[in-house]
Design a protein around this ligand. Structure first.
Ligand code: GDD
Length: 267
C-alpha cells in the first residue's frame, strides 16, 4: 500500500532541490516525493530527472516522482495537481512542504503520526500554536503573517492559529471531499481555503507546533498580488460559504430507491 506522499512545489529551487530530496528519502520509507515544477528556468526539473536516474540504478525510483508544468501557474494549482495525482495513485496520506528547508523535513514524521496514529484528518505544522516560532524572517513579515491569522480567524470564525501554514498532512478522505470544490485561489490564500474547507466539512484537525526557519538559499516568491488575493479572497470565501452545504463523504443522504413497496409505503 502506498502510505504517504510529500508534495513539494518548486519554482527556481536549484540550490535546495537535491538536499531536500535526499533528506526526505532518508526518513522512514513510508514517505515518497512528488516534485511539481513550474518550468523553473534554473533547471530544477532537470536536476530532479538526474536524481531519478541515479535512484533507479539503486532500485528506489518509485520513491521520487516529477510533474512538470508549462510555466509559473501558482502554488495553489501546483498543490491541487499534486493532490489529484496522489489520490489517483492510492496514497493514504499527502503532505505539503516547501522545498527550501523553511519546514524541517524531520517534522514530517510528527505530522504524519498526528493523522495516522492520532486520528486526525488534517495536521497543521503550526508556527503560532505555542507563541511565535519563526526564525530569521524580517519583523514586517512575521507581523503580516501573524495578523493574517488574526484576520482569518475573525472573518471565518475558524479557530486555527496558523491558517496560512504551508506544512500540512492530509488524509485521503479530507482531500477527496475538498477536491469536489473548485479551489478558487492560486497563490498562498490557497492554504487558507484548504483549512477553511476542512473545517466546514467537520473533519478532525490539529496543530502540531513547529519552528519555521527562513530559507538560506534562493528567494521567496511572495508578492503583493498574492497578499491582495488573501485579503479580499477570505471575505469572498466567507460570503460564498453562506450559499452552500458541506457534507462529508459517507454522510450524504441516501438516494431513495423507488419500488412498488416504497410507493405503497409512501401512499
Ligand atoms: N510549482 C510552483 N511552486 C511555487 C510557486 N510559487 C512558489 N512555489 C514554491 O512554493 C514553496 C514556498 O514558496 P516560498 O516563496 O518559499 O514561500 P515563503 O515566502 O517562504 O512562504 C511561506 O509562508 C507562506 C505564508 O505563511 C506559506 O503559505 C508558504 O507555504 C510558505 O511556507 C517553495 O518550494 C517555492 O519554490 C509556483 O507558482 N509554482
Amino acid at each position: 500500500m502506498k502510505e504517504c506522499l510529500v508534495v513539494i512545489p518548486t519554482y527556481n529551487e536549484i540550490e535546495n532541490i537535491e538536499a531536500i530530496i535526499r533528506k526526505v528519502l532518508s526518513l522512514p520509507a513510508l514517505f515518497d516525493i512528488l516534485i511539481v515544477d513550474d518550468g523553473s528556468p534554473d533547471g530544477t526539473a532537470r536536476r530532479v530527472k538526474e536524481l531519478q536516474q541515479e535512484f533507479a540504478a539503486d532500485g528506489f525510483a518509485h520513491r521520487l516522482h516529477l510533474m512538470e508544468r508549462s510555466g509559473k501557474l501558482g502554488l495553489g494549482t501546483a498543490y491541487i495537481a499534486g493532490f489529484r495525482w496522489a489520490l489517483g495513485e492510492g496514497y493514504q496520506y499527502v503532505c505539503e512542504m516547501d522545498a527550501d528547508f523553511s519546514h524541517n523535513p524531520d517534522d514530517l514524521v510528527r505530522l504524519y503520526d498526528a493523522c495516522a496514529r492520532g486520528g486526525n484528518d488534517v495536521a497543521i505544522g503550526s508556527r503560532y500554536i505555542t507563541g511565535v516560532n519563526v526564525v530569521n524572517w524580517p519583523i514586517g513579515r512575521v507581523l503580516m503573517s501573524y495578523f493574517a491569522g488574526v484576520y482569518v480567524r475573525f472573518i471565518t470564525g475558524m479557530s486555527v492559529m496558523d491558517p496560512t501554514a504551508g506544512f500540512i498532512c492530509y488524509s485521503k478522505t479530507v482531500l477527496t471531499a475538498i477536491l469536489q470544490n473548485n479551489i478558487r485561489f492560486v497563490g498562498y490564500a490557497f492554504q487558507i481555503e484548504m483549512k477553511f474547507l476542512s473545517w466546514k466539512y467537520g473533519f478532525r484537525m490539529t496543530e502540531v507546533p513547529i519552528i519555521f526557519t527562513d530559507r538560506t538559499k534562493g528567494i521567496s516568491k511572495m508578492s503583493t498580488g498574492i497578499f491582495k488575493e488573501a485579503v479580499f479572497g477570505v471575505l469572498q470565501m466567507k460570503i460564498g460559504s453562506f450559499f452552500r452545504h458541506y457534507i462529508p463523504p459517507g454522510k450524504e443522504p441516501k438516494p431513495v430507491v423507488v419500488t412498488p413497496e416504497t410507493t405503497e409505503a409512501l401512499s
